[in-house]
Structures are given as C-alpha cells and as structure tokens.
Design a protein around this ligand. Structure first.
Ligand code: GAP
Length: 473
C-alpha cells in the first residue's frame, strides 16, 4: 500500500475530476462530496454492474425505485423512530459529540455490557440499557476525548439519526416527514403490490438503488461515512426454513461480486456480527469488509431480518401481508435476507484497490487498474502529431465512429507521454494512437493500460477488436 494512500486518492479525485468537495466555492459543506465527470461514470458503472448481477442475470429478482419520502408511520413501524439512534456524549472540553464506539474499544464495550449495572433493568429497551452502560463506562473508565484529550463528558444521550422536515405549508406533528435512512422500507411496503402484479413464487427478491440520509454524529474518511449517500439493497423473500441457507448463499454471492470486479481477495473479508452488535431487526448478519487505508471497514452487510418487517407493517397498516403458497395451501410471512451495500463505499474501495504507483524509466507512473467494466472511459484516441491535419482528421473520424458503441474520448492537448499518463491516472484501459504511418498502412497502435503492451491493428478491425477486448473479461 503506497504511503499516505488516502491523501493521494483524495487529491487524484479532485485533480482529475472524480470527486470534489461539496459547495466548494463557498468553502465547502463538511462531509458532502460531488461526483465530477469521471466520478459519475465510475459510480454509474458500479451501479450498472450491480444491477446486471442481481437483476438481469437472475430469474428471481425484480427491480424497484420507490419514493424517498414515505408515510411517517413507516418509520414508526420499522422501529427507526424509537431505535435508530446513536448513543452520544459531549466532551466538556471541546464540546464535540462522540459515539460510544469512538470512546471505548470493542473489548471495553463487551466488558461493560457484561457488567451487572445494578437495579432492575428488565423493562429497559436495548437503547436504555446501552445509555446506562455507557454512562457507567464514562464514570469508571474515564475515556479521553479523541479531539482535545479532556476526560470530562456530559451524561450520554440518545441521538436519532433520521433527518426530518415538514411537508407542505404547515409545520406541526401532522406534517412531519423523514428523509429515508435506508431504501429497504420502500421495498417492504411494496411487497403486496409485487405479489399482486407479478405473482412470484418464493424465493424472490426486490432490488433497489437510491439515496439515503442519516444525520451521522461523526461522518468522515472521505466518502466512507457521509450524511447523504447511496445504497444498493436487496430484499430477498424466503420460506422461514430456508433462511439460514439463503443467507449463506447471498454472503458468498456478494463476496464474489467484489472479487469478480477486481478487488484483491486479500483486501476483502467476511465478518459475522456478534449477538450484541446486531441491529434491532436482525437475527444474524455478516459484513463484507474492505481493508481501507484507515482499517478494515464495512462495505456491505448481509442480514437475516426474519419476518420482523412484514410483521410490523402488517400490524401498523392493518393489511394482510402473508404469502399464500399454492402448493401447500399455507399462509405465512416470509423471512427476508437483505444484502445491503453502499454505492459510495464500493466506489471508494474500487478506487483504493485500483491505485498503483509504478517505476517506469526513472518516472513514477500512477495508474488506476480499474476493471474494464468500471473504467469511466474505455478508449482514448490520441494523434501523435497534432500539427499534421490529416492525422488529426483521421483521429477525430475514428473517435466519432468508436463513440457509437464504446465510451471514447479524443485528446491532443499534450505530447504523447503526457497523454498516456493522463489516461493511466483515470484508468482508461486502451489508448489508440494515430501516426504518420497510419495514413499509409491504415493501421493504428493500441496500447493496453496495465501491461503497456502495444499492438498494430488495422482501422477496419479496430472497433471489433476493442469491443471484444472490452466485453471478454
Ligand atoms: N437496510 C439495512 C441497512 O441500511 P446499514 O448497515 O445501516 O444497513 C447498509 O447500511 C450499507 O449502506 C452499509 O454497508 C454502507 O455501505 C452503506 N452506508 C450506511 N451508512 C452510510 C453512511 N453514513 N455513509 C456512506 N455509506 C453508508
């Protein structure tokens, strides 16, 4: 791993137009990021690759795109109003707020959780208990503030992570509305619509990509943890008895997806959750983690949500959400297996994994070895002699022709060495150079990004040659 890798990635992203600081000309809005010309292509390619793998290549999945704004009762039924909270304490020195995980190591949290904290806690919700445990820890362990090192904190309090606002002109409880903190609920509330419109058999799943919003206490690490982000989620409905097996299948399937798109196996791992880590709705969960420069961190979680969500929504909406099994004539609530990943975190992992520095003839070459499906630009056409009109005209003609089926750019704004370096830095798999000889022999040079190997290809065959190289991977 190159030194200061995160700084290098952030700087490359800005310099080459992948990701910019949000609201940059106003000094930036902290922890917001805007995807620029190459960033949006990379992000779209990640989403396309996911959709292809989980919708188009399977026979048991349906796509969806639900509204971000949902009936407020959805979030009461889902448990988000009561339980989607972090426990935070404020440092009395610098007045910053911190989450429990930032003040205590996992080992200490585990010890605190096991301690008898006295009194009758049987009526406590898990959140109440966590607050009591946290306060006990603040008194006995006296953690240091990560910012100013003071050891004096306010009492811990619950901090709900949902953004809320008011719908329409009035501002009262009735107009209260939330920005969704996960896309999942949009799929649960459409379960009945899918049964009635598509009549699927179990198991089947819904897939959705969309924005989610969380008022995170401590966002950071570039695009890793932000308050506005995009999720790629699957809700897979199964017979309760099949849930354990389907959970394993999805964990393996999702793990392979990252590997197939070029993430090095040694940088990826599966981490099953301990019982005390599970979200309020989950019976089991395994995270797929990536070895980021700031440590192993979650890319995606795959959970067994049981029938929690359908049960809650059936109760709150008064609708029968049971599945009727034609074969056995049974009615039941299916269990749900949920592979839930972040688009922005995947993009970051793909960038980090692709970043390479190589010594080439006394110079450092920075190259993004992105999988060809993910590369923002697939081909760059570069004329060797900008001053020769026939070469420029031929290069532009070839570019226009390739553009019809391949994402191609034309660049003549520097010498060839510099043009190659620019394309390497943004991960373009192929460069096509047009030289004087091309005018006579009707051939061009194709240079492959990773090996830098060059091949002469006739212009007639160029499109077919590149299309084959770009699809046969
Ligand atoms: N529906 C289940 C759910 O939302 P989660 O583990 O809270 O589960 C799923 O989120 C994924 O969404 C995470 O694995 C991560 O990739 C992404 N994600 C969650 N919070 C995020 C944040 N603040 N910034 C960026 N991505 C986030």
């Amino acid at each position: 791993m190159p030194e200061n890798l995160m700084e290098k990635i952030v700087s490359l992203c800005k310099r080459r137009g992948f990701i910019f600081q949000g609201s940059d000309i106003y000094g930036g809005l902290a922890n917001t990021w805007d995807y620029g010309p190459f960033g949006v292509e990379l992000k779209n390619n990640v989403k396309r690759a996911w959709w292809k793998a989980v919708v188009y290549e399977r026979n048991d999945m349906f796509g969806m795109d639900a509204a971000i704004l949902m009936h407020p009762k959805v979030w009461e039924a889902s448990g988000h109003v009561s339980s989607f909270a972090d426990i935070v304490a404020e440092c009395k020195g610098c007045h910053k707020r911190f989450r429990i995980e930032e003040l205590f190591s996992q080992e200490v949290i585990n010890q605190l959780n096991k301690k008898d904290i006295g009194g009758d806690t049987s009526a406590f919700t898990s959140l109440d208990k966590a607050i009591v445990v946290f306060n006990y820890g603040l008194r006995t362990e006296r953690p240091k503030c990560p910012e100013c090192k003071a050891q004096d904190f306010s009492q811990a309090a619950e901090f709900n992570l949902m953004f809320n606002t008011n719908q329409g002109l009035t501002k009262d409880d009735k107009s209260l509305i939330y920005l969704r903190p996960e896309t999942a609920q949009g799929m649960f509330v459409n379960f009945l619509n899918i049964l009635d419109s598509r009549h699927p058999k179990l198991p089947f799943g819904l897939a959705q990509i969309g924005k989610a919003f969380r008022n995170e206490v401590t966002p950071g690490n570039f695009t890793f943890r932000t308050r506005e982000f995009e999720q790629m989620e699957i809700e897979y409905f199964v017979k309760p008895d099949d849930a354990d097996k389907k959970l394993e299948d999805w964990i393996n399937e999702r793990f392979s997806w990252y590997i197939n798109l070029g993430i090095s196996a040694e940088n990826l791992r599966k981490r099953p959750h301990g019982k005390d880590e599970l979200a309020h709705y989950a019976k089991a969960c395994t995270d797929i983690e990536y070895n980021f420069p700031f440590g192993w961190s979650e890319l995606e979680g795959i959970a067994n949500r049981t029938d929690f969500d359908l049960k809650q929504h059936a109760k709150a909406s008064n609708k029968d959400l049971q599945f009727f099994d034609d074969a056995t004539k049974e009615r039941f609530l299916p269990y749900i297996i949920e592979p839930s990943g972040g688009v922005d975190r995947s993009v970051l992992a793909f960038l980090v994994d692709a970043y390479h520095e190589e010594q080439v003839r006394e110079e450092t070459r920075v190259v993004l070895k992105l999988h060809k499906d993910l590369a923002p630009i697939k081909v760059a056409v570069l004329p060797l002699l900008k001053k020769k009109t026939e070469i420029v005209e031929l290069a532009k003609k070839i570019t226009q022709d390739l553009k019809k089926s391949i994402v191609t750019v034309y660049d003549d704004t520097a010498a060839i060495g510099k043009l190659y370096r620019r394309q390497d830095e943004v991960g373009t798999p192929f460069c096509v150079t047009i030289d004087v000889q091309s005018l006579d022999d009707k051939q061009v040079t194709v240079r492959e990004r990773d090996s830098m190997a060059q091949e002469r290809i006739s212009i007639d065959r160029l499109k077919e040659y590149l299309n084959n190289k770009l699809t046969n991977i």
